[in-house]
Design a protein around this ligand. Structure first.
Ligand code: HEC
Length: 70
């Protein structure tokens, strides 16, 4: 029996970098990951997830990428 395949996977940094490039500069300039602390990025990405219409997985990937880049 494999671990539940429907369970959310941890954020993937490589996918996150791509989703970030594809989604996060549609409406405004690319924001510097160092602009905010990790704990502040979490609510921001949640907020932007709604604006950008991202899936939960895409949002987790992007958050992982950001938190790894600052
Ligand atoms: C559909 C348009 C849209 C998309 C796509 C979008 N944003 Fe935004 N973003 C906005 C708008 C509008 C604001 C300013 C008003 C607000 O905060 O709602 C904003 C503000 C921000 C801010 C500033 C928040 C603050 O507190 O100063 C950050 C950081 C940010 N976005 C990051 C992102 C990231 C990361 C992504 C990709 C996941 C993203 N945005 C995608 C529209 C968008």
């Amino acid at each position: 029996m494999s671990a539940a395949e429907n369970e959310p996977k941890a954020g993937d940094i490589t996918r996150g970098a791509q989703s970030w490039a594809e989604n996060c500069m549609r409406c405004h300039n690319m924001r510097d990951p160092r602009e905010f602390r990790d704990d502040l990025w979490k609510p921001i990405v949640t907020h932007m997830r709604v604006r950008a219409g991202l899936t939960g997985q895409e949002a987790r990937d992007i958050l992982a990428f950001i938190q790894n880049s600052n």
